[in-house]
Write a protein that binds this ligand. Structure first.
Ligand code: GLP
Length: 244
């Protein structure tokens, strides 16, 4: 694992955007695994800026998102499909046909999970997987549990995740309780991984990921076993090490 320390959220975002940008320059038809949440917003803003300057071209880029809320339509402004359009896809020259997100409206879980695994396999796997991290150590929507979930699955979100995500909804009742998420095997098969973490609320999860036992209790801890992981974290997310 390579750890890059950033001073601020903006610094973290720029450093991480540089890594994604390098991937696109080296392989214009790269398959990017993308993430949602507040953490990647600065990266997406930076990528859009470089695209507008003519420094980046998304024409051949393919994307697969980590997850989607079950029950939400892509047009629902709370859905991750909407988030991706709003925060990245609508602002760059990516072909919408090359962007993939689990279908939150598919009620047949087995069917949707199998379809999404096929999508990833059909793209030849993921070149660079971008990840945020939940305060409980979740990646994608792989929540702490008894076992590492392998491939795309439908997950019951934990109460802490539901609470953390409530800020995007008007009422608590609106927050979906279930989501489709790619699994640890999908993530671990990515050829490279870029995890970003910002803020004090992530410090303990980052510490568990880096130094804790490899255990489904902290899903991100599995990344210790991947041979090409870059972590870009700001000072606050790394604050546990300040006194060491
Ligand atoms: C959600 C997403 C994750 C994301 C996490 C942290 O649960 N499914 O992919 O990493 O939130 O989000 P944030 O970056 O907003 O803290």
């Amino acid at each position: 694992m390579r750890i890059y320390r950033a001073n601020t959220y903006e610094d973290m975002s720029r450093k991480a955007a540089n890594i994604i940008s390098a991937q696109i320059i080296m392989k214009p038809d790269a398959v990017l695994g993308l993430a949602t949440g507040s953490s990647p917003l600065g990266i997406y803003r930076q990528l859009i800026e470089w695209y507008k300057k003519g420094d980046l071209d998304f024409r051949e880029v393919r994307t697969v998102n980590l997850d989607e809320y079950k029950g939400l339509a892509p047009e629902d402004r709370h859905s991750y499909a909407y988030f991706m359009k709003e925060n990245l896809f609508d602002h760059v020259n990516i072909d919408p046909a090359n962007t993939h997100i689990p279908n939150g409206l598919e009620k047949d879980e087995a069917l949707e999970c199998a379809r999404y695994n096929e999508v990833i396999a059909g793209l030849g796997g993921i070149d660079l997987q971008l990840l945020g991290i939940g305060a409980n150590g979740h990646i994608g929507f792989n929540e702490p549990g008894e076992a590492f979930e392998k491939e795309t699955h439908c997950v019951r979100l934990t109460d802490t995740t539901i609470e953390a995500n409530a800020r995007f909804f008007e009422t608590m009742d609106q927050v979906p309780k279930y989501a489709y998420s790619t699994g640890i095997k999908n993530i671990m098969q990515a050829r490279s991984i870029l995890l970003i973490a910002s803020g004090k609320a992530k410090a303990e999860a980052v510490n568990q990921m880096l130094t804790g036992p490899i255990s489904p209790a902290c899903p991100a801890s599995i990344l210790q076993l991947h041979n090409n992981v870059s972590i870009v974290a700001d000072k606050e997310a790394l604050s546990i090490y300040d006194s060491l």
